[in-house]
Write a protein that binds this ligand. Structure first.
Ligand SMILES: *[C@@H]1O[C@H](CO)[C@@H](O)[C@H](O)[C@H]1NC(C)=O
Ligand SMILES: *[C@@H]1O[C@H](CO)[C@@H](O)[C@H](O)[C@H]1NC(C)=O
Ligand SMILES: *[C@@H]1O[C@H](CO)[C@@H](O)[C@H](O)[C@H]1NC(C)=O
Ligand SMILES: *[C@@H]1O[C@H](CO)[C@@H](O)[C@H](O)[C@H]1NC(C)=O
Length: 127
């Protein structure tokens, strides 16, 4: 009995950290290469998220953590200005494989003000 209980507890402890892995996790940092102040948060998909201090206007690392989703960073806050369509005023889709995700300054996008993420599987990319 005792060894069974220990085994069950160990299995639970192992299973819980990976059981609820969701898409939508993004690492934001003020510095390039994940330096400076960072914030890793899992965001809901298909929802516009305003970038807030200290990252507003100063986001050099924008690193989605999985292959299944991508994000459109926008130059303006959600619901503001002329960027009303999902593809308007955006850098373009940033995903796990985006080459400048650890240095948005390289493409002059450190001023990202908001973003929206979406699952790749339900989105048709036309480029
Ligand atoms: C940032 O990462 C890139 C790619 O790994 C590397 O070439 C560069 O030297 C790094 N820069 C700093 C300041 O860490
Ligand atoms: C990280 O960002 C999220 C979403 O903007 C915010 O709710 C949370 O408070 C932030 N955490 C820290 C430690 O700044
Ligand atoms: C984002 O910020 C803008 C400007 O402050 C505001 O009008 C809008 O309601 C915000 N949207 C969200 C989803 O927080
Ligand atoms: C990021 O890009 C900027 C602009 O090209 C460059 O000056 C800076 O050295 C880069 N930083 C890193 C850590 O690679």
């Amino acid at each position: 009995m005792k060894s069974f209980a220990v085994l069950a507890a160990a299995t639970l402890a192992l299973a819980s950290p990976i059981a609820k892995r969701e898409s939508g996790g993004i690492l934001l940092c003020t510095g390039a290469n994940a330096t400076g102040t960072c914030n890793y948060t899992v965001y809901p998909l298909d929802t516009c998220v305003n970038v807030t201090a200290p990252f507003l206007g100063n986001t050099n690392t924008f690193a989605p953590d999985g292959e299944a989703f991508a994000c459109y960073p926008y130059a303006m806050a959600c619901d503001v200005g002329i960027c009303t369509s999902p593809e308007g005023c955006t850098l373009g889709a940033v995903d796990f494989n985006y080459e400048h995700k650890y240095n948005l300054s390289a493409v002059s996008w450190e001023g990202v003000a908001s973003f929206r993420c979406f699952t790749k599987t339900t989105t048709t990319t036309v480029e």
